[in-house]
Structure formats: structure tokens, C-alpha cells
Design a protein around this ligand. Sequence first.
Ligand SMILES: NC(=O)c1ccc[n+]([C@@H]2O[C@H](COP(=O)([O-])OP(=O)(O)OC[C@H]3O[C@@H](n4cnc5c(N)ncnc54)[C@H](O)[C@@H]3O)[C@@H](O)[C@H]2O)c1
Length: 355
Amino acid sequence: MPDRVFNIGVVGAGLVAQTAHLTAVRKSRAAELYAICDVAGDLLRRVADIHRPARTFADYDAMLDDENVDAVIVAVADEFHAPLSVKALEAGKHVLVEKPMATTVEDAQAMAEAARRNDRVILVGHEKRYDPGVAFARDFIRDEIGELIALKHWYADSTYRYSVTDTLQPIIESSTAALRPPGDPKGDRQRYYVLAHGSHLFDTARYLGGPIEAMRARLSTKAGTHCWFIEVAFADGCLGHLDLTVAVRMDWWEGFQVYGSEGSVLGKVFHPWYLRAAEVQAFSARQAQFRQPLGADADVFRLQVDDLVSAALTRSPLRGAAAEDGLACVRAMVALARSVDRGDWVALADVTGGQ
Ligand SMILES: NC(=O)c1ccc[n+]([C@@H]2O[C@H](COP(=O)([O-])OP(=O)(O)OC[C@H]3O[C@@H](n4cnc5c(N)ncnc54)[C@H](O)[C@@H]3O)[C@@H](O)[C@H]2O)c1
């Protein structure tokens, strides 16, 4: 890690900041938690009492005016990702924006363009890429599995998720003054589940299987469950089957299975709040052996901060999701909605707008 203090300002002091980012920045040896910004003054005070940043801001523009801020973590509602990220990039800050990168293809493109224009790093918070089990599977696929034949990836939220997350999260401070998008964007459950969970599903599928060209999806809403089965065409001809289900009547169920000409790999992924490496087994046909990584450091949100700092200071490529990956996930989410509506294949390159 570079030997220099790298100051981070976090905008949004809500759930994900309190559960993941503030602790991650403080744990990183590469970064300093310099500032927290939230329009909700009472929330800002309570969260700052816990995490002790050098400065607090109720006004985002004032935080961006502070030249000590090197990078901003954008931890606000999905609808605000694009305007707040573009502002930070225009102010010369590097950006780590929560997933999904944006809610429309055009917003994601504008963010990527702002990063290019201002020569700044934009990292999209698809933290599963830092899970050492998932990363091991990716390396095995790239280096040893041979020709990719097929990939299955499933992501099923649990009906018991709030019991689990309440157990794992710190006590979450909240405020009636918190700024949320107008209307009730989370009220449209189909759209919201795709933004919240589908973004993870598509990023991991792309991380393991490469670019996705097209998809055809079906949706069942039986018994209050949203279950998408998605047929995917990867660019290299690999067959894909993705399953997004919110929620199964059992524990969180996320994983993948990949078949190649020289081996196969199987993974079970845990809810991110556990900070527990995926259990992954890779079989190499050449060696007639199974291999299983330990994955001792699965502090994915801290590893994500380390990646941001390293890419910003040394201009090395990101380990995590770059702008084009975030944009590809936004395209995939829109393609999923279009495909369900039309009941047919949809090419990702053709989609515009949002869900
Ligand atoms: N990576 C993950 O696994 C994961 C998990 C949970 C949430 N998220 C993502 O994190 C993001 C935030 O979710 P959350 O549940 O923490 O939201 P939240 O609503 O709890 O918190 C957001 C905070 O941002 C503040 N805010 C909004 N606009 C602001 C502005 N212009 N200036 C200052 N403060 C502003 C609000 O007042 C609020 O306190 C979402 O995009 C969500 O999808 C990601």
C-alpha cells in the first residue's frame, strides 16, 4: 500500500455506511476517515460520535470544496448515485459508489464519462469481487478450467434475512430527516429487488463468466415470492443460467457452479455482513485433484477501500468493478425487465433507459 494518508469523505450516514463503509475506512491502513456528510443533522452527530471523523458536513458541496478530501464514498439511495458521483468527479475527487452504479443506462454512461473527463477513478461497490473464495474461483476459471462450457449462478434472499441482518449489524442510527428520493421507489418490489439484489447477481456472473451478450427471462410471483429464471448468452458462447429469488423459505442461498473443458468449480457464498469467505472447491482434471482456498481475509469492504486507494494513487487497474462493469450491470438489469415484459431474448447492447 502507498505510504501516504489518503482522506476519504463518506456521503450518506445511513445503513450501509454504518454497517460497512465507516468501519472499513477506519480499518484500512491506506485511508483515513476524514469526513462524514449527511443532511440529517441528528444522524450526522450520532454517527460522528461513534466514528470520530476529522470533519462533518451537512452540505455536500461544502465537503467537495474541502481540498483535503481525496475520495468520496457515495452511500446514498440508488436514485442519487449519478448526480452525487458526477459532482464529486467534477470536483476532482475519486469515487467509490455503492451498487447499483445507477438506475438508468444514460446515468451510468454520464458517470463513466465524468470519470474519464476528470481523469479520476470510479469504483462500483460490488464487494463480492473481494471475497477471496469468489476471487479464487475467478482465477481458476481464467487460468485452469479450460474452455468454459456452462455457468449456473443463484442468488436467493431469505425470508429470515432481517433476523440474520439484525443480529449481524451494529445498532443502526436513523433519522426522520434523512433524505430519500421522492415517492416510494422501494414500493415497486419487482424493480427494487432487481436493483438491490439483481445488481449483485449480474456482477458476480460477469466476474466469473465474462461479458453477457443477451438474456431471456421468466418471472414467477407465486406466494409473494419474486423468482426470476434467466437464460444467459455469454460473449464466448458459454451457456448461462441465473436464478434470482426474493425470498426463499430457508436460509440465504447464493452460489455458483461452472463447467469447463479442464475442470469445474463450485461455490457457496454467504451474506456479505458475515465477512466470511465463500466456500469454494475447484476440480482440476489435469491434476485429478480438488482444491479449496482458505480465504483468511474476507473483510470485503476494507479490501474495497484498499483497492480504491491503490488505484487512485498508483494508477494500477482496479481489482473491483470499474465503470464499464457497473454500466454492464445496469444494462443487464434493464434487459431483465424488458425480457420479462416481452417474453423474448434481449441484447444488452440495445437497451436504454431504466427498468
Ligand atoms: N453493497 C451492499 O451489499 C449494500 C447493502 C445495502 C445497501 N447498499 C446500497 O447502499 C446505498 C445506500 O443505502 P442505505 O440503506 O444505507 O440508505 P439510507 O437511506 O439508510 O442512507 C442514506 C443516507 O444518505 C443521506 N443523503 C442522501 N442524499 C444526501 C445528500 N445529497 N447529501 C447528504 N446526505 C444525503 C440520507 O439523509 C441518508 O441518511 C443504496 O444504493 C443501496 O443499494 C449496498
